[in-house]
Design a protein around this ligand. Structure first.
Ligand code: GLN
Length: 200
């Protein structure tokens, strides 16, 4: 049976993930718009976009319970950029401080939204990720991971000229928070790392 990967398709650049997965691997890709779409999936990706909007839509559609149950069942979930914010247990905004936006609180990490600044401060660079190697990383109004508590672990840091050393990838069992956009550059190694978490 082919591996079935769902991509949360409420807002953001979910189609880029779908395209990258189809171009790189021979697997089934499913657009997830409600909890019933999580049935029979082997893994889920929460894309980048606007985390407040995606979080509200997740709640509106009752997908918060669906995704939480999916994770309780030991299924792998990768959140990229806004998706990483949604996986975090605590979110702070660089400008306005603590924000009360709906998040899933599935990983023991704290993130700062827009840590590198506004759109004009977006950038592309090569980063090293433990267990993966060098990866091309596109940061678009990206968050930073400033804290990871056991069992979460930061596996990649970026030395930013203004912000300093910031966590950019964290892992907690089969959960992966990536603050950049692997779908934009079709980063095979990063997807492979995530897909290796799929149960045999
Ligand atoms: N800055 C956005 C947020 O806080 C995330 C941006 C992105 O996903 N590219 O939701």
């Amino acid at each position: 049976m082919k591996v079935r990967v769902g991509v949360l398709a409420l807002q953001g650049d979910f189609l880029e993930h779908v395209q990258a997965l189809r171009e790189l691997f021979n697997l089934d890709v499913v657009l997830v718009k409600c909890s019933s779409h999580l049935r029979d999936l082997d893994a889920l990706i929460i894309p980048g976009g606007e985390s407040t909007t995606i979080g509200r839509l997740i709640k509106f559609k009752g997908l918060d319970e669906g995704i939480t149950d999916f994770v309780k069942g030991g299924m792998p979930v990768m959140g990229t950029c806004a998706g990483a914010i949604l996986l975090a247990s605590k979110v702070v905004d660089r400008v306005v401080g603590e924000v009360n936006q709906p998040i899933l609180k599935l990983m023991n990490i704290t993130v700062i939204r827009n840590i590198f600044g506004r759109q004009k401060d977006s950038f592309i660079t090569k980063v090293y990720v433990e267990g993966i190697g060098d990866v091309n990383a596109v940061f678009i109004r990206a968050p930073g991971i400033i804290d990871a508590r056991d069992p979460a672990k930061i596996i990649s840091y970026l030395n930013h000229p203004v912000v300093g050393r910031v966590g950019i990838v964290a892992v907690q069992g089969p959960l992966l928070a990536v603050t950049f956009h692997p779908e934009v550059t079709s980063e095979r190694k990063l997807y492979e790392y995530f897909l290796s978490m799929v149960k045999n």
